[in-house]
Ligand binder design. Structure first.
Ligand code: COA
Length: 376
């Protein structure tokens, strides 16, 4: 190709490929997964149904769902070796690094690692969907010096995760709020981590390598890591009466406020009203009214002052905190869900692949010759 095209920094506004997985429509504040609006999926479906939808192109019927959930339950346990690896993780390492390493180790256990056909990659997705929560829950309990709780084979995906972390299943409202967060986090077109998985897959590397790369991209505070930062901000503010002044001071200092703004949505993130509703419903039973009050003040002040709206990380931060998760574990929860979107994109990329390999504009030294070390 002789023609060179210069694109905006950060690929902002650039369409790099086609996808049938999801569509973000900022003009009408909507996001659809395979044609279904996420807010309707969140009201009517379980996370398991939505995970199936993303990877199998449509919602399951009852028998397909039974088969899918039976497999997910069956695959939840992890090998003795992987359990030993988790027990050896440095206790002060960031949980995202633990999840990244756990997934990477599991990939080495899969004898079919190099098989890249759609059915084998759907099977690998199924394994990761079932095992990532176990990796996270085991690492979580190890870090707290608690004995691990093996997965249940009867509870739903979300119920089982609470059970493995805390030894009990919370109220229906809490489980539903968590399940909704899983649905809303599952997919978001060509975001940074998904694009990373597609770049890795375009080299015809394996699904595990692509997912591990996705975890690395998601960890950053400009992407998935924002939900942790939101809760740090709320704790720093401490009381709703301080919220407005805190925001005004932060904006005067030109600070980036985590949980606000989005590359694609300019008039609000379509997922936020749904998550906010479930966060609010749960707050009453969790004595979390102060976080809801603070949320409202921060949101209102930011919109008034800058016209910038919250993104999904803004309601999930306080929601996960009220559910009892420690802050540094919030982004791994995102991984449990986004594995569905990443897998759908990996399968799509490989089905119609071309190596992703852009050019760069060189701005370094003009060509020159090295001198022997003694004369430099
Ligand atoms: N707080 C304060 N100002 C913000 C802001 C925020 N969270 N998000 C955007 N802005 C402002 C920028 O300061 C910039 O203003 P300027 O033109 O006066 O310099 C303008 O809005 C554009 O921001 P920019 O960072 O260039 O937009 P982007 O499209 O490159 O970035 C994000 C999008 C998501 C990275 C950015 O909004 C951000 O950093 N948000 C906080 C992190 C976060 O919540 N990430 C999760 C995303 S789902």
């Amino acid at each position: 190709m002789s023609e060179k095209i210069k694109v905006p920094k950060g690929l902002a506004g650039v369409i790099v490929d086609e996808t049938k997985v999801s569509k973000v429509m900022p003009e009408i504040n909507s996001l659809v997964y395979r044609g279904y609006p996420v807010q309707e999926l969140a009201e009517l479906c379980s996370f398991e149904e939505v995970a199936y939808l993303l990877v199998h192109d449509d919602l399951p019927n009852q028998s397909q769902l039974n088969d899918f959930t039976a497999k997910e339950k069956k695959y939840r346990s992890i090998s003795e070796h992987l359990q030993q690896v988790i027990a050896l993780f440095p206790s002060d390492a960031h949980p995202m690094d633990k999840v990244r390493t756990g997934i990477s180790y599991f990939g080495m256990e899969d004898k079919l690692i190099w098989e890249n056909d759609p059915q084998t990659n759907r099977d690998k997705f199924m394994l990761l969907l079932a095992k990532i929560p176990t990796i996270i829950a085991y690492a979580y309990r190890h870090q707290k010096g608690q004995a691990v709780i093996p997965p249940s084979d009867t509870l739903s995906f979300s119920e089982n995760f609470f059970y493995m972390c805390f030894g009990e299943v919370p109220s229906k409202e809490v489980v539903k709020a968590f399940d909704v967060s899983m649905i809303l986090y599952a997919e978001h077109s060509f975001n940074a981590s998904t694009f990373t998985t597609r770049v890795i897959s375009s080299t015809l590397s394996d699904l595990y390598s692509a997912v591990v790369g996705g975890v690395g991209a998601l960890k950053g505070p400009l992407h998935g890591g924002a939900n942790e930062q939101v809760m740090h901000t709320m704790l720093e503010i401490g009381d709703p009466v301080n919220a407005k002044q805190w925001m005004l001071d932060a904006l005067a200092q030109k600070r980036k406020i985590m949980g606000f703004g989005h590359r694609v949505y300019t008039n609000g993130d379509s997922r936020v009203p749904t998550m906010k509703k479930y966060m609010q419903q749960m707050a009453a039973s969790k004595k979390g009214e102060k976080w809801v009050e603070m949320y409202e003040i921060l949101e209102q002040t930011m919109i008034e002052q800058k016209g910038i709206y919250p993104n999904l990380d803004f309601p999930t931060g306080p929601a996960y905190y009220m559910m009892g998760f420690e802050i540094e574990w919030f982004t791994p929860l995102f991984v449990m869900s986004r594995i569905a979107g990443w897998s759908a994109h990996i399968i799509e990329q490989i089905a119609d692949n071309r190596l992703i390999r852009p050019l760069s504009e060189y701005t370094g030294m003009a060509q020159r010759s090295p001198k022997p070390v003694a004369s430099r």
